[in-house]
Design a protein around this ligand. Structure first.
Ligand code: GDP
Ligand code: MG
Length: 396
């Protein structure tokens, strides 16, 4: 039976490739975040990974071994640190409450360290724990130098006073200190009264081939409830929904369905509040949800979502420098007819700038969005055939 009384938090693990994010998560949760075969082959995280841990308290100390009383449930999201996969990282950043920034002590601050850190700041993630990983590979002087570099890096930012914990994920050094810091992260305020907004980060079919029709499970939606409540039996709608080709034109069809069951990790729940990663079993034909086909869509109660839109107006805020590359490059102003990659919630779209004024832009979108006023929009520009983060916007 689910323990409804413990706090729930979504924590993203971010940082440069190979700095040890996936290894750390495996040590914290006892399992490798969900992987698919391409990732195993290449040894890098391509999609967002998911894993969970329950923190228990015994006396004054915290553990992830179930000793004492359970106090907090953590859903982790493992972000890819590869420069090509910034869009995926941004989708992850849209659904987290707090983050662990992993910096390998032997390598220090790298382009994706800075890029991910800026994304966290832009998404207004205040709770950031920094770990100096691979402490087993450096001597005391190098560890101290790395510590000072990190202090300098976060000076004047939201993370100025964040804890910096030296660890070795591989050798399991100081993992207990990290667990204690995670247990102490301040809980964000949850909005339980608004209409629900659930962001789909993945969707799948859990049926094994050959399952009897009467035993088939409905399509599954995985993601985060940003606000409101959802319960078993609710009638829901999913937008933009199903993409269908009609007379050579891509159109979208809102899906409506019913919630059959709700899950958090291996627990089954009757009702969910904003908090952990959850999955929703729906009445949808699992064929419609397989292979992440609905990731990026938004869910609410039937009739509660706005129309999808092929246009978006945003207030823009550009960085001074392009992020994610090692050289320094100024961000040049936006231009009309320029293409931008946009990340809104867990949705990625590409848009053309149709109109520009001082700090506002009107875009036409290739993939329609459910854009809600005040939504944060990551802006990336194609530079030497890579999408690079150049700023953020807000839907107006
Ligand atoms: P990610 O790309 O950030 O997810 O990094 P991985 O977790 O895939 O780790 C990259 C490599 O670093 C792997 O070969 C790990 O075994 C190694 N590694 C991770 N943590 C440590 C550590 O604390 N010490 C040492 N020596 N190696 C580590
Ligand atoms: Mg990884």
């Amino acid at each position: 039976m689910a323990n409804e009384n413990i706090t729930e938090l979504n924590v993203g693990v971010v940082g440069h490739i190979d700095h040890g994010k996936t290894t750390l998560l495996a040590k914290l949760t006892g399992k490798f975040p969900d992987t698919h075969s391409e990732e195993l082959k290449r040894g890098i995280t391509i999609k967002l990974g998911y894993a969970e841990m329950t923190i228990s308290k015994e006396g004054n100390s915290y553990n992830n071994k179930g000793k004492g009383t359970p106090v907090r449930y953590i859903s982790f999201i493992d972000a890819p640190g590869h420069e090509m996969l910034m869009a995926t990282m941004l989708s992850g950043a849209a659904i987290i409450d707090a983050a662990i920034l992993v910096i390998a002590a032997n390598e220090g601050i790298k382009p994706q360290t800075a890029e991910h850190f800026t994304a966290l700041q832009a998404k207004k993630i205040k709770n950031i724990i920094i770990v100096q990983n691979k402490i087993d590979l450096v001597n005391k002087e190098q560890a101290l130098k790395n510590y000072q570099d990190i202090k300098q890096f976060v000076k004047g930012t939201i993370a100025e006073n964040s804890p910096i914990i030296p660890i070795s994920a591989q050798q399991e050094i100081n993992i207990d200190k990290l667990i204690e810091e995670i247990a102490k992260i301040e809980m964000p305020k949850r909005d339980l009264d608004s209409e629900p907004i659930f962001l789909i980060a993945r969707s799948f079919d859990i049926n094994r081939p050959g399952t009897l029709v009467e035993k088939l499970h409905g399509g599954i939606l995985g993601g985060i409830l940003k606000k409101g409540k959802l319960k078993v039996g609710d009638e829901i709608e999913i937008k933009p929904g199903l993409s269908v080709k009609k007379a050579n034109q891509q159109t979208y069809q809102t899906l409506t369905t019913k919630i059959l069951s709700l899950h958090r990790g291996s627990e089954s729940l009757k009702e969910v509040n904003p908090g952990a990663s959850i999955s929703i079993e729906t009445e949808l034909d699992p064929y419609l949800t397989k292979a992440d086909s609905l990731s990026g869509c938004v869910v609410s109660l039937k009739g509660k979502l706005p129309e999808i839109s092929y246009k978006m107006k945003i207030k823009t805020n550009l960085f001074e420098e392009v992020l994610g590359i090692s050289e320094h490059k100024e961000v040049s102003p936006l231009k009309t007819k320029e293409l931008l990659m946009l990340s809104v919630g867990t949705t990625i779209s590409v848009g053309t700038i149709e109109k520009l004024s001082k700090d506002e832009a009107e875009l036409s979108l290739n993939i329609p969005l459910v854009a809600l006023k005040g939504d944060n929009v990551g802006l990336a520009r194609n530079i030497n055939s890579h999408w690079r983060l150049i700023g953020f916007g807000e839907v107006i």
